[in-house]
Design a protein around this ligand. Structure first.
Ligand SMILES: Cc1cc2nc3c(=O)[nH]c(=O)nc-3n(C[C@H](O)[C@H](O)[C@H](O)COP(=O)(O)O)c2cc1C
Length: 301
C-alpha cells in the first residue's frame, strides 16, 4: 500500500496490480496439501485435525486487490495470467467483483508441442478473450508478447472478441544457464531503453487501425521515451523496470520531462501530438520500414 500511495502522490495515472498467476495458486495448493498430509502417517487423528480448512485459492490475491481498491482512488487494473480457459473466466469474475476499473489479460504461452500451430494458439487466446468478455462488464485489455507473426491480425481478432485495449508488449522470461554451477537459473532482467523499439514500431503500425486503446510498455525509462510512444499513437505508457531502478517518485520526473518537451515544441495537450508519427497507410509503412532497414544495413560500417 505504501508503494501505491507513493505512486499516486508522484502523479501516476493508474496502477496495474501484480498478476494473479494460475500456477501460483496451483503451487500453493500443492504445498498446502503436502503440508497437511505430511503427518498423516504419524498418528491417525492428524487426518481429521484441520477438517474445515480449505485452501484459499485465489482468495488471498483477491483480498489484497479489494484492500487496495478501498485504500486508493487511482484507477486500478487487475492483471491475470492463466492457462485453462475456465480458470481465466473464474478468476476474471472474482477480480472484476473487487471493483477494479479494468482487467489486463496476459497471454504468455510457451509452446511445448511440435504439432500445435501458431494459428491454433492464437485462436485459443481469442476464445479466452471472448469468454472473459461474456463474463465481465469492465474494460478488458490484453497484454501480448511481440512474437506474433502478424500483430495487426491478432489484435484485430481480439478486438472483435471484445478487447478494449492492448498492452504492447510483455517481456518474455528467458531461462539462462549458470556456467559455474552448470545448472539452469532464472533471472528477472530489468529492461533498458532499446527494449522499447518493438513497442514503438507496433504502436505506430496499429495507430488508427484499431478502436481499442494502446498502452505502450517495455523499456520506457525517461519522459522522452514516453513522448516517443505518444507520438506513435499510444494512449498510455506503462513503466516497471525504471520504477524498480529509480523508485516511485521517478513518475514525477517522467511527467515533468514530458511537459518540458511539450513546452519546447508548443504543444498544449497530449492530444495535440498523439499519433502524429504513427503510420496510416499500409503502403507508406511498407516503403518506410523497408527503406529504413535497407538504408541502415547498407550504411553500417
Ligand atoms: C520485477 C518485475 C515484476 C513483474 N511482474 C509482472 C506481473 O506480475 N505481471 C505481468 O504481466 N508482468 C510483470 N512484469 C513485466 C512488466 O509488467 C513489463 O511487461 C516488463 O517489465 C517490461 O516493461 P519495463 O521495461 O517497463 O520493465 C514484471 C516485471 C518485473 C521487472
Amino acid at each position: 500500500m505504501d508503494a501505491i500511495k507513493h505512486l499516486e502522490d508522484s502523479g501516476a495515472g493508474a496502477v496495474v496490480i501484480k498478476s494473479l498467476f494460475e500456477e501460483q495458486v496451483q503451487l500453493e495448493r500443492k504445498e498446502f496439501d503436502e503440508e497437511m498430509t505430511q503427518y498423516d502417517n504419524a498418528f491417525q487423528e492428524a487426518i481429521t485435525m484441520f477438517p474445515r480448512l480449505s485452501h484459499a485459492g485465489a482468495k488471498e490475491h483477491v483480498y489484497w486487490v479489494q484492500k487496495t481498491r478501498k485504500e486508493t482512488k487511482l484507477p486500478l487494473i487487475a492483471s491475470l495470467n492463466c492457462v485453462n480457459p475456465q480458470t481465466w473466466v473464474e478468476y476474471a469474475v472474482q477480480l472484476a467483483e473487487t471493483g477494479v476499473n479494468a482487467l489486463e489479460l496476459n497471454f504468455y504461452s510457451t509452446p511445448l508441442f511440435l504439432d500445435v500451430s501458431g494459428d491454433e494458439i492464437e485462436k485459443r487466446e481469442v476464445d479466452v478473450v471472448a469468454k472473459v468478455r461474456a463474463a465481465v462488464k469492465i474494460p478488458i485489455s490484453v497484454k501480448l508478447h511481440s512474437f506474433y507473426t502478424n500483430v495487426l491480425h491478432v489484435t484485430t481478432q481480439m478486438q472483435k472478441a471484445g478487447a478494449n485495449g492492448f498492452v504492447l508488449f510483455n517481456r518474455l522470461f528467458y531461462p539462462d544457464f549458470d556456467l559455474n554451477r552448470v545448472e539452469k537459473r532464472g533471472i528477472v532482467h530489468l529492461s533498458n531503453p532499446n527494449d522499447s523499439l518493438p513497442s514503438l514500431r507496433w504502436t505506430a503500425l496499429l495507430h488508427e487501425r484499431l478502436s481499442a486503446n494502446i498502452a505502450a510498455s517495455g523499456g520506457v525509462d525517461s519522459g522522452l521515451d514516453a513522448v516517443r510512444m505518444l507520438l506513435a499513437g499510444a494512449q498510455a505508457v506503462q513503466v516497471v523496470s525504471t520504477l524498480y531502478r529509480n523508485g516511485p517518485t521517478h513518475i514525477t520526473r517522467l511527467n515533468d520531462d514530458i511537459l518540458r518537451w511539450m513546452r519546447e515544441h508548443n504543444f498544449q495537450s497530449v492530444d495535440d501530438f498523439r499519433g502524429i508519427l504513427g503510420k496510416r497507410r499500409s503502403d507508406d509503412i511498407w516503403t518506410f520500414e523497408r527503406g529504413q532497414y535497407i538504408k541502415a544495413v547498407l550504411g553500417f560500417d
